[in-house]
Design a protein around this ligand. Structure first.
Ligand code: ATP
Ligand code: MG
Length: 755
C-alpha cells in the first residue's frame, strides 16, 4: 500500500528500514553493538504482522534468553497491539526445541510429558552408569563425561556420529558406549537433557520429511537474534527449518489450523505467494549478529556460522548498520580501540552522532582490594542516586560469579537494593531442588532421579541396603522405582521397618497423584511438603540456614501461583534458569558479562580488570590466542552495554581463599585509547593505597603516551602497581588461575596490611 510509512518504520534509518522491509528471502544483518539489530528484528516482526504477511503463529523468532523473548514480545505489542497475541514460537532455542519435541516425542521413544533433566540429575545419572560399567568414577569423573557429551551434542553428534578419536577419549575408549547407554537410560526415564531438546528435533526433522514439510508450511518467517553465538546443533536445526527443498511447494496462504483469513489492518489479505514467487524455495530467514560479540566459543558457538550463512542461503541480502544509537562517543571510542586489537574479525565501522562536550570519559580506578573496590563502587552508586539517577539504570558486570559476593555484602550493609541476574539461582538451592523432586514424582512417576532424591529425605529409615534392593527389583522388572516400590512392599523381601516406611511413601504418592487433577496445584504442593515431613524436617532443624530455607519453600509455592498447572510450572523451572526477581523494584543489577549480552544501562561498572581474572587465566591456558580474543570480545560486550558512563576498576590485591595475592592490571586497560579515558586521581573517600599509588603514577603514564601500541614501554599500570603494592610478578611469572566459583591460585603472597 502506498502512502506514508507506518509509525513503527518512521524512526528507522535507511539501512534498518531495508532490513525490516526486505521481508522475503534470506537476510543477514551484521553490525556492531547498539546499532539497533534487536530493534530491527522487533520491527520486522511488527511489519510482517501489520501487513498481514503472516499470522503470529507463523513466525519463528529465536532470542538468546527467555527474558529477551519477553521483552521482544512487549515491544512488538507496543508496535502492533494485540496482533502479538499468540506468537507461540517466540523464545530461546531450548524453549522452542522442547515444544517441537513434545509434539513428536514418541518418534524418539519418549512420551510427550517427558522430564527435562538439569545438570545435577545428569551428573548423578552418568555417575551411576560409570559405576555400572565397573569403571572408577574418581579416575573418570562424571562431570568430565558430561562436558564431553555436551560438546558432542552442541555439535549435533549422536553416538554413531562422534569421531573415533573422541570416542576413545574417555574411559579407555568406552565413550561412545557410555553415551549410548546414557541415551538409552534417558528413554527409560522418559527424560531429555538440554542438548536433547535440539538433538531430538534435528533427528525428527531429518528423518521425517512429512513433519519437516509441515513445519516449512507453518514457519513462514524465521528470525534469530545474537546469531554469532549459535552452535553447530542450533545451526543445523535452523537450517533444516529454513531451507526448503526445491521440490517442496509452499502452499500459501494461511495457517489452515486457524480457519480464518489473515487481514491486515488496512484490509490487505496475506500475499498468496512470497515475493520471490515460483519455486516455493523462498527462505524468509533473517539473522542478526555481531562477530565481535561472540562470547560462547567455550560452549561450542561458532562464528563461522555467519560465514556459512551466505553459502547456505545464496543470494542473501547482507545489511550492515553502522550508526550506534546507544553509547557516547567516549564509550564507543574506547570499545572500538580495544576490539581493534583482535586479529580474527570481519571488521566494521561504528559511529555515533551522540557527542556532547558534557559526556563523561570512561574512567579507570584502582582500588587496594576487592573490599575497597566494592565500597568505592557503592559510594559512586549512592552519589549517582543522590543526583536523581535510578538504580535500575545501573549495572555491575563481573567476569566471574565469585566476584558478586563482595558487592552483595556491601549493598546489604548500605541497604542498597540489588538483583542478581543469572547468578546463584533460586531454583538451584537445596531445599528447592528437594521440593521440586517431590512435585516431579507426582507429575511424572517414572522420574527415578527425582524419586531417588527424596525417597529417604527426610530420613525414613530406608538405608542403603533397602535402596539397593529396590533398585535391583526395579531393574529386574524394567519398571520405574516408584512402581517397583509399590510391588516390593507387597513382598517380604524388605525388613518390616523399611517396608512400612516405603509403603507409606507409595501410599502418599498414590494419594497425591490422585489429587493432582482435583486440587489447586499450590495447595497440593503445600500439602505434599507438609505430609511428606519435608517442611517439618526444616522446622526441627536448628541450623542457621533453616529459617531461610523455610522462607524459600514458601516463596516456591508462591511463585507457582503464576502458572496454571504443576506441569507447566515444572517446565518453567526447567527452562528458566536465570533468576529474575524484584523486577518492579528500583535496584542495581549484578550479573556476569556473559549474561549481559544484548542489554543496556545508563551506567555500567566493570570491576576486576586484572590479569588472570580478566582476561581469565583459563581462557588463556586453554584457548591461546583465540582464548584471549574471546576474552577481549567479552570486554567489548561489557564496554558497549553502557549508554552514558562506563567505569572500570582493578585492584592491587585480591584475596583468594582467604589469602592475599598481588595482582597485575589487565592488559585490556593498556589497550584503551587515552583520549576517551580518565584515570581517577586518588580520592580521599576511597582511601586506598592502590588508588593513591595509581594516581601518582597513572598520570605520568598518560603523559608518556604509553598507550600507543609500543608495548616495550613499561605501561603505567605496572608501575602504578609497583608503587602501590611492592614488587610484583610480570605476566609470564604469573601462575594463578581462577575457576568458576572462586579462585584457586599458587604463588600466593599472604599479607593483609590493615589487619
Ligand atoms: P547489541 O549488539 O548490544 O545487542 P543491538 O544492535 O541489538 O545491540 P539495540 O538494542 O536494538 O541494538 O539498540 C540499541 C539502542 O538504540 C536501543 O536503545 C534502541 O532503542 C536504540 N535505537 C536503535 N535504532 C534506533 C533508531 N533508529 N532511532 C533511535 N534509537 C534507536
Ligand atoms: Mg541486540
Amino acid at each position: 500500500a502506498a502512502g506514508a510509512a507506518p509509525d513503527y518504520l518512521a524512526g528507522l534509518n535507511p539501512e534498518q528500514r531495508l532490513a525490516v522491509e526486505t521481508t522475503e528471502g534470506p537476510v543477514l544483518v551484521l553490525a556492531g553493538a547498539g546499532t539497533g539489530k534487536t530493534r530491527v528484528l522487533t520491527t520486522r516482526i511488527a511489519h510482517i504482522l501489520a501487513t498481514g504477511r503472516a499470522y503470529p503463529s507463523q513466525i519463528l523468532a529465536v532470542t538468546f534468553t527467555n527474558k529477551a523473548a519477553r521483552e521482544m514480545k512487549t515491544r512488538i505489542g507496543l508496535l502492533v497491539g494485540e496482533a502479538v497475541e499468540g506468537m507461540p514460537w517466540l523464545g530461546t532455542f531450548h524453549s522452542i526445541g522442547v515444544k517441537i519435541l513434545r509434539r513428536h516425542a514418541e518418534l524418539v521413544g519418549l512420551k510427550s510429558n517427558f522430564t527435562i533433566l538439569d545438570t545435577d540429575d545428569q551428573i548423578r545419572l552418568i555417575k551411576q552408569l560409570i559405576q555400572a560399567e565397573n569403571l572408577d568414577d574418581k579416575r573418570w569423573p562424571a562431570r568430565t563425561f558430561a562436558n564431553l557429551m555436551d560438546g558432542w551434542k552442541n555439535k549435533g553428534l549422536t553416538p554413531e556420529k562422534i569421531p573415533e578419536g573422541d570416542a576413545r577419549a574417555f574411559a579407555n575408549g568406552r565413550g561412545r558406549e557410555l553415551y549410548r547407554a546414557y541415551q538409552d537410560r534417558l528413554v527409560q526415564l522418559n527424560a531429555a537433557d538440554f542438548g536433547d531438546l535440539l538433538l531430538h528435533p534435528i533427528r525428527i526433522l531429518s528423518e521425517h520429511k512429512d513433519i519437516l514439510a509441515d513445519y516449512h508450511r507453518r514457519f513462514r518467517y524465521i528470525l534469530v537474534d545474537e546469531y554469532q553465538d549459535t552452535n553447530v546443533a542450533q545451526y543445523l536445526w535452523l537450517r533444516l527449518l529454513a531451507q526448503r527443498p526445491k521440490t517442496e511447494r509452499s502452499t500459501l496462504p494461511g495457517d489452515t489450523t486457524q480457519g480464518r483469513t489473515a487481514v491486515a489492518p488496512d484490509g490487505t489479505p496475506p500475499r498468496s505467494e512470497p515475493l520471490g514467487g515460483g519455486g516455493g524455495s523462498e527462505v524468509n530467514v533473517c539473522c542478526v549478529g555481531d562477530d565481535d560479540q561472540s562470547i560462547y566459543g567455550w560452549r561450542g558457538a561458532e562464528v563461522d556460522n555467519i560465514l556459512r550463512f551466505e553459502k547456505d542461503f545464496p543470494g542473501a541480502a547482507v545489511v550492515r548498520l553502522e550508526r550506534n544509537y546507544r553509547s557516547t562517543a567516549h564509550i564507543l571510542g574506547a570499545a572500538g580501540h580495544l576490539i581493534a586489537h583482535n586479529e580474527d574479525r570481519l571488521g566494521k565501522t561504528l559511529f555515533t552522532e551522540k557527542s556532547d562536550p558534557e559526556d563523561e570519559k570512561v574512567t579507570v580506578t584502582a582500588a587496594w582490594d576487592s573490599e575497597e573496590e566494592a565500597r568505592a563502587v557503592g559510594e559512586e552508586i549512592e552519589q549517582l542516586q543522590r543526583k536523581g539517577h535510578l538504580l535500575n539504570d545501573m549495572a555491575i558486570l563481573v567476569r566471574a560469579s565469585f566476584q558478586m559476593r563482595e558487592f552483595e555484602d556491601r549493598f546489604v550493609t548500605l541497604g542498597l537494593n540489588y538483583r542478581v541476574i543469572g547468578g546463584p539461582r533460586f531454583y538451584e538451592r537445596l531445599e528447592i531442588r528437594d521440593a521440586m523432586a517431590y512435585l516431579r514424582c507426582i507429575c511424572q512417576p517414572a522420574d527415578d532421579l527425582a524419586f531417588e532424591r527424596i525417597v529417604n529425605t527426610p530420613k525414613r529409615g530406608l538405608g542403603d541396603a533397602a535402596i539397593r534392593l529396590l533398585h535391583d527389583f526395579a531393574r529386574a522388572r524394567g519398571i520405574p522405582l516408584l512402581a517397583a516400590a509399590a510391588e516390593l512392599v507387597t513382598t517380604d523381601e524388605l525388613k518390616p521397618k523399611p517396608r512400612a516406611a516405603l509403603a507409606e511413601v507409595v501410599a502418599n504418592f498414590t494419594r497425591w497423584s490422585d489429587q493432582l487433577s482435583t486440587m489447586r496445584h499450590t495447595d497440593l504442593a503445600e500439602m505434599v511438603l507438609d505430609e511428606s515431613g519435608y517442611t517439618g524436617m526444616w522446622q526441627n532443624d536448628r541450623s542457621a540456614e533453616a529459617p531461610g530455607r523455610l522462607e524459600n519453600l514458601k516463596e516456591l509455592v508462591r511463585s507457582m501461583d503464576e502458572y496454571e498447572s504443576l506441569p507447566s510450572f515444572l517446565e518453567h523451572v526447567a527452562l528458566v534458569m536465570d533468576a529474575e526477581h524484584a523486577e518492579e523494584l528500583d535496584a542495581v543489577s549484578i550479573m556476569t558479562l556473559h549474561s549481559a549480552k544484548g542489554l543496556e544501562f545508563e551506567t555500567v561498572f566493570l570491576p576486576g580488570w586484572e590479569e588472570g581474572l580478566f582476561p581469565h587465566q583459563r581462557s588463556l591456558d586453554e584457548g591461546g590466542r583465540s582464548g584471549l580474543e574471546e576474552e577481549r570480545r567479552l570486554a567489548y560486550v561489557g564496554l558497549t552495554r553502557g549508554k552514558k558512563r562506563v567505569k572500570l576498576w582493578f585492584v592491587s590485591n585480591r584475596r583468594i581463599h582467604g589469602l592475599w595475592q598481588s595482582t597485575i592490571p589487565s592488559r585490556f586497560l593498556d589497550e584503551l585509547p587515552e583520549e576517551h579515558v580518565d584515570v581517577i586521581e586518588a580520592s580521599s573517600s576511597y582511601g586506598g593505597y592502590g588508588a593513591r599509588g595509581f594516581g601518582d603514577y597513572g598520570a605520568s603514564r598518560w603523559d608518556q603516551n604509553a598507550f600507543s601500541a609500543s608495548s616495550y614501554q613499561t605501561p603505567g599500570w605496572r608501575r602504578a602497581q609497583a608503587a602501590s603494592g611492592g614488587a610484583h610478578a610480570s605476566h609470564k611469572d604469573r601462575t594463578v588461575s581462577y575457576d568458576e566459583n572462586g579462585a584457586t591460585g599458587q604463588n600466593l603472597r599472604a599479607r593483609r596490611p590493615d589487619a
